[in-house]
Design a protein around this ligand. Structure first.
Ligand SMILES: NC(=O)c1ccc[n+]([C@@H]2O[C@H](COP(=O)([O-])OP(=O)(O)OC[C@H]3O[C@@H](n4cnc5c(N)ncnc54)[C@H](OP(=O)(O)O)[C@@H]3O)[C@@H](O)[C@H]2O)c1
Length: 235
């Protein structure tokens, strides 16, 4: 049995990840802000909860102890280096060899080779402008968090999510190395399937030191890509 820690467990993505982990028989430790513990009532008795801010190093140290995998929801909220503090604590305290899976958006680039659609660039500009006026989030800190992860020699994977929607699972999302690759063009993933990809990544060693950008497997761009592959194979 695998023991996994889910950091940011009380959010939408976190709760889906808890369910996928429990479905696989994993022992689950969840970290969430004290005021959000009640959001996890549905899992009472089935998971251990460590209440606290996810950038509190003592909280993370105790939560990840003995875990074979750590699933971290990296969020850019606030203006006190919440994302980088969270990532750094996980990198510092997870047991050597543990699989570390982090979530973020397409806006994170690992090698600068992503090609962003104009709509995404506009969206980022608006968010940056808004957060300069009201500092409710710090996009650059999520970028810094990922920079530290990419530089780390831990067994990390950074899963870059497209736009998200709710709805029933459609299956494991497909992925590509760079935003702009045709398979990703639809730019939409069910949140439940994003969580599925995160949990499956724990046991997928091919994803170690990769930053897959994902998209729903039943989206038009994913289906068109699969059809083109099949056509090539038949030729
Ligand atoms: N939303 C999208 O369209 C989208 C697109 C691509 C990628 N992503 C990525 O997907 C992941 C999950 O994002 P989500 O939008 O789906 O959110 P989510 O799953 O609902 O998670 C939000 C998380 O942020 C925490 N949080 C909220 N306000 C906070 C604050 N002021 N200080 C500290 N923590 C706070 C929540 O904790 P509480 O339960 O305590 O409030 C929760 O753990 C993120 O890594 C995000 O970058 C999202």
């Amino acid at each position: 049995m695998m023991k996994v820690c889910i950091i940011g467990a009380s959010g939408k993505l976190g709760k889906y990840m808890i369910q996928h982990a429990l479905d696989r028989g994993y022992e689950v430790v969840g970290v969430c802000r004290e005021r959000s513990v009640s959001k996890l009532d549905a899992f009472k008795g089935r998971i251990n909860i460590v209440p606290g801010m996810t950038n509190d190093r003592a909280v993370i140290r105790s939560a990840v102890a003995g875990c074979d995998g750590v699933l971290t929801v990296l969020v850019p909220w606030g203006s006190d280096h919440y994302a980088s503090g969270t990532a750094q604590a996980v990198l510092d305290f997870a047991k050597p060899g543990a699989r570390l899976i982090f979530s973020c958006g397409w806006h994170i680039t690992r090698d600068g080779k992503d090609v962003y659609p104009p709509s995404l660039k506009r969206e980022e500009k608006i968010v940056r402008w808004l957060t300069r006026i009201i500092p409710f989030a710090d996009m650059d800190d999520q970028v810094e968090a990922c920079r530290r992860i990419f530089a780390s020699d831990t067994q990390w994977t950074v899963v870059r999510g497209s736009d998200l929607e709710e709805g029933e699972s459609q299956g494991l999302p497909v992925w590509s190395f760079h935003v702009g690759d045709p398979i990703l063009a639809s730019n939409i993933t069910r949140r439940v399937d994003y969580a599925l990809f995160m949990v499956e990544a724990l046991r997928n060693n091919a994803l170690i030191h990769e930053a897959p950008a994902i998209v729903g497997c039943r989206t038009p761009s994913a289906l068109a890509y699969a059809a083109a592959q099949q056509y090539e194979m038949k030729k």
